[in-house]
Design a protein around this ligand. Sequence first.
Ligand SMILES: O=C(O)C1=C[C@@H](OP(=O)(O)O)[C@@H](O)[C@H](O)C1
Ligand SMILES: C=C(OP(=O)(O)O)C(=O)O
Length: 421
Amino acid sequence: MSIWSAPVATSPVVATVELPGSKSITNRAFVLAALADGPSTVRGALRSRDTNLMLNGLSELGIGVQVDPDDETTVAIEPRPMHGADVYCGLAGTVMRFLPPVAAFADGVVSFDGDGQARTRPLATILDGLRGLGVEIVGDRLPFTVTAAGAARGGQITIDASASSQFVSGLLLSAARFDDGVTIRHVGPPVPSMPHIDMTLEMLGTAGVDVERPGPDEWLVSPGPIRAVDWEIEPDLSNAAAFLAAAAVTHGAVTVPRWPATTTQPGVQIVDILAEMGCAIERSDGALTVRGPEKLTGVSIDLREVGELTPTVAALCALADGESVLSGIGHLRGHETDRLAALSTEINRLGGDCTETDDGLRISPTTMHGAVWQSYADHRMATAGALIGLVVQGVTVDDVETTSKTLPDFPGMWQKMIGHV
Ligand SMILES: O=C(O)C1=C[C@@H](OP(=O)(O)O)[C@@H](O)[C@H](O)C1
Ligand SMILES: C=C(OP(=O)(O)O)C(=O)O
């Protein structure tokens, strides 16, 4: 682990930044390809820790995984009978929640484990859900085992998915393979990150799996094949957020090429948030450009649908004029780290004024100063520290390497963006 001196922008950041593929779309495509009725190719895949862990997990289970030797973002996946395996989840929510239902179709014992911090992330909801579908599971969080014999019964379950939308997405991705299909009913406080469930539904539709919605919190999948698809992955818009925010805080202009015309990625909401904070937005030739104002304004927003953006948005708010209130994000206490505690501790360490509320953060403007910004093994905490460090002298980011969870070379991309290469 190293200490990284966040580069300071000595002039407005003006740059074009190419983003690698979406983590969420890539890992869904890998899972659907592994369960499909024939071989698939995934192009433009994100190759980072979370997506490599997914490929390793599938390969350990027996799935054929072939990376194009000339282009590591092109991955061929061939479904094969699955067997017992050790699956390492790292700190990836998508791996620890999308692969246990896949393991229900292996023949043998599948053992799951992950990083120390991963052992505290919520999992019992999906493991109990799988038990209700006839799958044998020992454990309620990492480490745990799934014991299966190549097939699983399925049926109807009621779960409380208020801690993570990934419980619903994980069950839905494999649902069509269960003998009786799967019906999921959510009962409890609202499910966060609903657009991520819409992403799952859209990708299932592309793979020929229809999901009925008898009610807003109910999903019904009949048994049937998952079709092989050649997937093209969009750039990751949640990762784009930190780079676009660099324009916002430096009165600069950052362009992201290949910005999708329509998307299921909730990260797209960064565009409206930046506009509300005073940025100008332009689209041309398939690219999106954000121009920062003289001074950002504070905002009051409910981020329940797009909690992923919170670290970036909180860093923007710490640098804005006026108070900001971020709400609807109590579930971030179970993300890579307790993000509400981590953000308030680190913003305050730099002289900011951030307090935790029941379901979010309240941030008031102050003059901030340099200090060591801790990352807590959280990729988005590290990029938030870099963002503040662009305009506050003397910020160093501890463990910037943790950004490799979803970006293969964040420090290099960041330096290049501000012209320090
Ligand atoms: O399904 C997905 O790809 C994701 C869903 C969301 O999880 P939560 O619903 O747990 O917030 C999001 O925060 C995460 O980064 C990715
Ligand atoms: C919450 C996140 O990740 P995960 O997929 O590990 O839940 C995230 O990337 O912000």
